[in-house]
Design a protein around this ligand. Structure first.
Ligand code: ZN
Ligand code: ZN
Length: 255
C-alpha cells in the first residue's frame, strides 16, 4: 500500500500545501486502486500533478469541517462535465451522516439532487468496515467538536491509522494498535493551545501512539501554517522512541 500526501496543512491551506487530503493506493485485479481520505481545500488542484482525479475509486471523509471536504465541489464539476473524459459511474463518497446535505450547501444547491448523478453519498458508521477493492477501511469515532472518525486502512498486509482531527481519546488505541504508520493530527502546540476536545499536540499524538502498542512509524500532519513544524516534532520526540516524521505534500510513503 502507498500513501500520497496530496495536502497536509491543518485547518486551512498553507503556502506550500493544500488542506487535508491523502490518497492510498494498491494493486488489485490488475490495476491501481485509489481512495482519497479527506478532500480539503486546495486538494483537487494539487492532485492533478500526480494522477487524474477521475481515476479515484472512492472518497472517504473523516468529518465535515471545510478543510476536509470542500474541494469535492470542484471534483463534482470534473466528474459531471469533463468534455475530455466522462466517468461511467458516480463516485462513491463515504462520510458521516449529513454529508450529502453539507456538500449541497457548499455547492450552492438547496438539495443534494444536483450532485447525486456524479457523487454517490454513502454514510459511514462506527466500526463498520468498508470494503473498497483491496482496501478494508474501518471508521473509529474520535474526539472532535463535530462527529468525526479516525480511519484504519488495511491493504497488502499493511495498516495505516489516520486519526483525522481529534484530541487524545481512548479510541486511538484500537485505531492505532499494530499500525505500520500512524498519521496523526498535530495542530496544537503544548503550552500555547489549551483547548481540549479539538486537536492533539505532538506530545499527545506520540503518547497515543506509544499507548496503542506495536506502532512502527509516527507521522505528524494537520500542522497549520502558523506552527513551526519543528516545534511539533520536538514535542512529539520527547515521548516517541523513534524518529518522528512530518507529512510532506507531494510525497509518497510505502507501507
Ligand atoms: Zn481539520
Ligand atoms: Zn476538524
Amino acid at each position: 500500500m502507498r500513501l500520497l500526501a496530496v495536502g497536509c496543512s491543518g485547518s486551512y491551506p498553507g503556502p506550500e500545501s493544500p488542506a487535508a487530503c491523502y490518497v492510498v493506493s494498491a494493486q488489485h485485479e490488475g490495476r491501481t486502486w485509489r481512495v482519497a481520505l479527506d478532500f480539503g481545500n486546495g486538494a483537487l488542484g494539487a492532485m492533478q500533478r500526480y494522477f487524474d482525479p477521475l481515476d479515484l475509486d472512492a472518497v472517504v471523509l473523516t468529518h465535515l469541517h471545510a478543510d476536509h471536504c470542500l474541494d469535492l465541489c470542484g471534483l463534482k464539476v470534473m466528474w459531471c462535465y469533463s468534455p475530455v473524459r466522462r466517468p461511467t459511474a458516480p463516485l462513491d463518497v463515504w462520510g458521516p451522516a449529513g454529508t450529502s446535505a453539507r456538500m449541497a450547501r457548499a455547492y450552492g444547491a438547496a438539495e443534494p439532487e444536483p450532485l447525486e448523478p456524479c457523487l454517490n453519498f454513502r454514510t459511514i458508521r462506527a466500526r463498520e468496515p468498508l470494503s473498497i477493492g483491496p482496501f478494508t477501511i474501518t471508521p473509529v469515532p474520535v474526539h472532535h467538536p463535530v462527529e468525526a472518525f479516525g480511519l484504519r486502512v488495511e491493504a497488502d498486509g499493511a495498516v495505516l491509522a489516520y486519526t483525522g482531527d481529534t484530541d487524545a481519546c481512548d479510541a486511538l488505541t484500537p485505531l492505532c494498535t499494530g499500525a505500520d504508520l500512524v498519521l496523526a493530527d498535530c495542530a496544537y502546540i503544548d503550552g500555547r493551545d489549551d483547548a481540549r476536545g479539538v486537536h492533539m499536540s505532538g506530545s499527545r499524538a506520540a503518547q497515543a501512539a506509544v499507548a496503542a502498542g506495536g506502532v512502527k512509524r509516527l507521522m505528524l500532519t494537520h500542522i497549520p501554517a502558523w506552527n513551526d513544524p519543528e516545534v511539533c516534532r520536538s514535542q512529539a520526540a520527547e515521548h516517541w522512541p523513534g524518529y518522528v516524521e512530518l507529512a510532506q505534500p507531494g510525497h509518497t510513503y510505502e507501507l
